[in-house]
Design a protein around this ligand. Structure first.
Ligand code: PEP
Length: 252
């Protein structure tokens, strides 16, 4: 049985107070509403890590994650945060290769490969993002584009390491735009991704959780999550509203 996962990506949002309020509300709702069968990951900006971890406490199905980590182990890299530091604050997951990092910070496939390795070496589960821009979708070459992203950054992993990876398919044209991929578009891509992963890793790919991301909201999550190869979501905007985020978590 593949793990059902809903991860919230706060991006660069939330003061200390807002982050604490949001986390407490999510934790309380998940507990009060007895949501136990979904793995929930909260990915705040790094400086929130301690607060968020404390507020999660011993809730068994809620985890702290990072939005990024360095491709280096440690050293003179001002402004960077290593996977080791993140893990020492109690993080369990880290988003790697989000399209905003690829675009605005020019993260290359080689860097992303190193980030995945750093994450794994420090016991973090990489949530590896892939997804095509609008012009690639319109040209009809989105499958090849995404397969290439996966091959470039993941196919050097051992089977043991690959088994720990979570993949997030996020069509760039659907991120923060209010334009969601249809559930069929999501399913087609998730199935293509799984087939591609299986071409290298065989049956392990059957156990890989593949999350959908891109304007996922309480009113479309159920339809998207009902698809056979969609194992949850990576949620941006809607993860900043506790009620919306928990309603998405409850959409399986
Ligand atoms: C994201 O940035 O990962 C994302 C899916 O954002 P949104 O839900 O706001 O489209």
């Amino acid at each position: 049985m593949r793990k059902k996962i809903v991860a919230g990506n706060w991006k660069m949002n939330g003061t200390q107070e807002e982050g604490q309020k949001l986390t407490s509300e999510i934790v309380n709702m998940v507990k009060d509403e007895r949501v136990t069968d979904v793995t929930v990951v909260i990915n705040p900006p790094f400086v929130h890590a301690s607060n968020v971890k404390k507020l999660i406490g011993d809730t068994p199905n809620i985890f702290l994650g990072g939005q990024n980590c360095s491709d280096k182990e440690s050293g003179a890299y001002t402004g960077e945060t290593s996977a080791k530091i993140l893990a020492s604050f109690g993080a369990s997951y880290v988003i790697i290769g989000h399209s905003e990092r690829r675009e605005y910070f020019k993260e290359s496939n080689e860097e992303l490969t190193a980030k995945v390795q750093q994450a794994l070496a420090n016991g973090l589960v990489p949530i590896f993002c892939c997804g095509e821009p609008l012009e690639i979708r319109e040209a009809g070459t989105h499958e090849e584009y995404v397969k290439e992203q996966l091959t470039a950054s993941l196919f050097g992993l051992s089977e043991e390491d690959f088994a720990k990876i979570v993949v997030a398919y996020e069509p760039i044209w659907a991120i923060g735009t209010g334009k969601t991929a249809s559930s069929d578009q999501a399913q087609d891509m998730h199935a293509a991704i799984r087939t591609h992963l299986a071409s290298k890793y065989g049956k392990i790919a059957d156990e890989t959780s593949i999350l959908y991301g891109g304007s996922c909201k309480p009113d479309n999550a159920q339809e998207i999550f009902s698809k056979a190869d969609v194992d949850g979501g990576l949620i941006g905007g809607a993860s900043l509203k506790s009620r919306d985020f928990v309603d998405i978590i409850k959409s399986f």
